[in-house]
Ligand binder design. Structure first.
Ligand SMILES: [Zn+2]
Ligand SMILES: [Zn+2]
Length: 905
């Protein structure tokens, strides 16, 4: 057992914030030792008992405490001493029995009368203890303390009764002090004292003290007590030390249902569902226990959290609950609602709710959560309105549900109502409100909420502060975010703030800062790389084409077992595809055990990015044969794939497009139309494409026109081109450069760690506009260039290198082309402007820095212009090098004077 105490570190970092399982302990602690139980009937006075059923249900801390002046001692303001039915010289057994009765019937007057009577006699420790217990049960804590203080020699029972009560009344530290006082006066604790003390440790989540108590338990040889061991297990379970729980459990001499329940619920908390069910079967097999509602509820929670297997196991537990007669048990039913919310359908949940004979505030709150999870916001609100009572948890469920369903404004309105109505606001409420604010993306609202939270005085808490930081990054307040980051206290958790800041930089396209902060974080010991940061970093690598870094992250995630997470694997596929490493992307895909729609979409997106239409369609065929349901993103890529097929498959494309709604219940959006227009335009069907736009069931957005404009440029159809250009200017008079739309379309599958709706909003608001920029990764550094950029330290070499290249190419027949001005974002018509485009600068730098014969890989955030395209073809001839360029349309590979896009991009 020594070893058990000496390695607390395993669990120390994983404190679970949930409250201690009161039910495990309360029923025993109050059950203090009593002596003989004489027949009570003869002592019942005619007027007693006064039955007060409403009090019988309440635990002591909910009852009003008496306010009495401290000078009065003993607290007898009662005339009841003279009540005739109580004889003044009863034997002590009878007194104690009366006290039991007073507690049972919630009759304070009776207890006071007994107290007055006892007070006249010689001090009797046994009776004083009975009085303390009675007062505690009646919720008269101060009376109990007064009796205790007047005792000349309190014993272990007196102390324990009070310690236990303090521990459960949010006065845990006083409980611990009283325990120490007891020890100081030389009284040895009994098993109940230990249970009481451990209850305090559990509620404080004080593992350190708990370990000391454990050592003390060992010393006094109390490990044979089932109660004590159960309490120890409860402590370790709540502090996340599963190993200790299991070790104690296996060494137990006698187990009871609480021991089994504790071990099962500890396994559930750690997400070890299979083990939890295994233990459940052992429980039935080895000890032959009849499960109780607590066992059923924890197992249902486990099944709800489990993956695929959860459904079957949860169903078994449900059947078991019915068999054992728990069908109408409230807490079992509440757990069932949660289970069917996660693993079932909304119909299951509804039926369950309607059949429940008894409902409490938790039931109603679970229903709100359930409807919100199913996206049925209005039903959730109806349920909320119908609730007979509401707690702050009910409000929080509604608030969190709004956030979950992207109803940021409604969430904020509810929050304002909560403030006005004086509903208790906890950390959860505040973080939800902050998150809602972040999703609304309004700077001024976010400033108001921020000010409120500072004023509310709750901001000095790492979770709330991290949420505030995150909100700032969503609302164009990067300086405020950085401020919070810099002021972050040293003793607070680092990972949470590093994660928020890295993602914030990524979101605001400050990729350099994101990378350097990530590297800084990695050098810090306390930084834990989790899926959120890893996926964010992977998407940055993909965006930048930073393949080496991406590979490192891939290795890292294999090492730390993160790759089993589907989202992580999806992000890795996307990263490799965007870095031009399609084979690696396919490898990751093939190694995955489970594919979700995003996995398939990432693969499709990769092929489309590489202009591999036939490969993309092969993936789609596989999806169909496996019965994978496409989503709206899948459809976008399938349509686009027809643009890059080896032969014209326009008819198939049309067939797919028209089957979207009938076969897959996906209504084509303007993006789907734009892609279809792109496909038709690509194959030269410009008139047909124009007709499609004009026949669209809604007002065409610029994207569709722009897709057609691209085709007009490629097929040099100036007549239609001019018409289209006019339309674009009409739709978007103030923003004629909407290339970003196209690039976003491709990154949509990469899941930039923000929801599609938010991205849509960003786009609509035009919050993010980027000038044309090209970059190249050299020796793990990003070298980026704008047009006519001279800020690079080797700028002189680059410009003279480019001069030489230009001359060489001109000699080889390159003709600078200024004819397609329509599509230029960064360029001017002038020739010398054309010569110093960002892509040309980045490419020249690449040629200068790499060995002859090696390929050069550059990236551009918008579409490559036609002149650069022609120029690169010539460069591939004069330098005998391969040049890879990824622009917003996908990959180009220039080799021997030709481009892999066949000049159609
Ligand atoms: Zn150019
Ligand atoms: Zn090309």
């Amino acid at each position: 057992m020594e070893a058990v105490i000496h390695h607390p570190a395993t669990g120390a970092a994983a404190f679970s914030p949930c409250s201690p399982p009161e039910s495990l302990f309360s029923r025993r602690i109050t059950d203090l030792p009593r002596r003989s139980k004489p027949d009570i009937s003869s002592f019942l006075s005619p007027s007693k008992p006064k039955t007060k059923p409403q009090n019988l249900r309440l635990s002591p801390q909910f009852l009003p405490s008496p306010s009495i002046s401290p000078s009065k001692s003993p607290p007898l303001d009662l005339p009841l001493t003279s009540e005739p039915s109580i004889k003044t010289d009863l034997p002590s057994n009878d007194y104690s029995h009366l006290l039991l009765l007073s507690a049972r019937y919630g009759d304070v007057e009776l207890a006071k009368a007994v107290h007055a009577s006892i007070f006249k006699h010689e001090e009797d420790t046994y009776l004083s203890n009975a009085l303390i217990v009675a007062y505690l049960k009646l919720g008269r804590i101060d009376f109990a303390h007064r009796v205790f203080k007047n005792m000349s020699s309190p014993d272990v029972v007196s102390y324990t009764a009070l310690i236990s009560d303090l521990a459960k009344s949010n006065r845990e530290n006083e409980a611990i002090e009283l325990f120490l006082e007891m020890r100081g006066s030389g009284i040895e604790p009994n098993e109940h004292s230990f249970v009481a003390l451990l209850t305090a440790c559990i509620r404080l989540l004080n593992l350190e003290l708990g370990l000391q108590v454990h050592a003390f338990v060992l010393k006094l040889d109390f490990l044979g007590s089932t109660y004590v061991v159960n309490a120890l297990m409860g402590l370790y379970s709540n502090c996340g030390c599963l190993n200790f729980v299991i070790e104690l459990f296996y060494d137990m001499l006698v187990r009871d249902i609480v021991s089994w329940n504790t071990v099962i619920s500890s396994l559930v908390k750690k997400g070890m569902c299979d083990e939890a069910f295994e233990s459940f079967r052992d429980m039935l097999r080895i000890d032959g226990f009849r499960v109780d509602y607590f066992t059923i509820s924890s197992l249902l929670a486990s099944a709800a959290a489990a993956g695929r297997s959860g459904m079957t196991e949860g169903g078994e537990i449900h059947a078991c609950a019915i068999k054992l007669g728990f069908e109408s048990n409230l807490s079992v039913n509440n757990a069932l609602i949660r289970f069917y919310t996660k693993r079932g359908s909304v119909e299951d949940v509804k039926v369950l709710f309607e059949r429940m004979p008894e409902k409490d505030v938790f039931t109603w709150t679970e229903m709100i959560t359930a409807y919100m999870e199913f996206g049925l916001v209005d039903l959730a609100v109806q349920t909320f309105d119908m609730m007979p009572d509401r707690t702050c948890e009910s409000y929080n469920a509604l608030l969190a549900g709004y956030c979950r369903n992207n109803k940021g404004l409604r969430a904020l309105n509810l929050f304002c109502d909560m403030v006005e109505e004086g509903i208790e606001l906890n950390d959860f409420t505040l973080t939800s409100a902050i998150n809602a604010c972040g999703s609304v993306m309004q700077k001024s609202t976010s400033e108001q909420i921020h000010a409120f939270i500072l004023k509310f005085g709750c901001a000095r808490n790492s979770h709330v502060e991290a949420a505030l930081l995150d909100m700032c990054t969503w609302c164009e307040r990067m300086a405020d975010a950085e401020n919070i980051f810099l002021r972050w206290p040293k003793d607070w958790e680092r990972t949470i703030v590093l994660t928020a800041m890295i993602c914030g930089y990524a979101r605001n396209r400050q990729l350099d800062q994101a990378i350097s902060l990530f590297c800084q974080g990695q050098s810090e010991e306390s930084f834990v790389l989790d899926e959120v940061v890893a996926t964010t970093m992977l998407s940055i690598c993909g965006l930048l084409g930073f393949c080496k870094f991406g590979e490192q992250l891939h290795c890292f995630s294999i090492k730390y077992g993160l790759l089993s997470d589907t989202k992580m694997a999806n992000a890795t596929i996307s990263m490799y595809a965007k870095c031009g490493r399609m084979e690696a992307a396919i490898k990751v895909f093939d190694a995955m055990l489970v594919h979700d729609t995003v996995s398939w979409n990432s693969l499709l997106a990769g092929h489309v990015l590489h202009r591999q239409g036939d490969e993309a369609l092969a993936v789609w065929m596989k999806m169909e044969s496996l019965g994978v349901q496409p989503d709206t993103v899948t459809c976008l890529f399938i349509i686009s794939a027809y643009r890059y097929t080896g032969s014209d498959l326009i008819d198939c494309c049309h067939r797919f497009f028209s089957s979207m709604e009938s076969r897959y219940q996906i209504k084509p959006t303007s993006e789907h139309y734009a892609n279809l227009v792109g496909v038709l335009g690509h194959w030269g069907l410009l008139k047909e494409a124009e007709a499609i736009i004009l026949k669209m069931p809604f007002v065409p957005k610029a994207a569709a026109w722009r897709a057609l404009l691209d085709s007009c440029r490629v097929h040099q159809n100036a007549a239609i081109g001019k018409r289209v250009a006019k339309e674009i200017l009409h739709v978007e008079p103030q923003d004629p450069s909407m290339f970003i739309l196209k690039s976003n379309l491709y990154s949509a599958s990469g899941r930039w760690h923000c929801s599609d709706t938010v991205r849509e909003k960003m786009r609509e608001k035009g919050l993010r506009k980027f000038p044309g920029q090209s970059w190249i990764i050299h020796q793990n550094r990003i070298h980026s260039f704008f047009a006519r950029d001279t800020s690079h330290p080797q700028s002189k070499d680059i410009y003279s290198g480019l001069q030489i290249l230009l001359l060489e190419c001109l000699k080889a027949g390159y003709v600078p082309d200024t004819s397609f001005v329509l599509h230029e974002a960064e360029e001017h018509q002038k020739k010398d402007f054309l010569f110093y485009h960002s892509a040309k600068l980045a490419m020249t730098f690449g040629l200068l820095m790499t060995k002859p014969g090696k390929p050069v890989r550059i990236f551009k955030n918008i579409l490559l212009c036609g002149d650069c395209h022609t120029f690169f073809k010539n460069v591939s001839v004069v330098t005998k090098r391969e040049i890879y360029v990824r622009d917003s349309s996908g990959f180009h590979c220039f080799s021997n004077g030709k481009c892999s896009c066949k000049d159609q991009w």
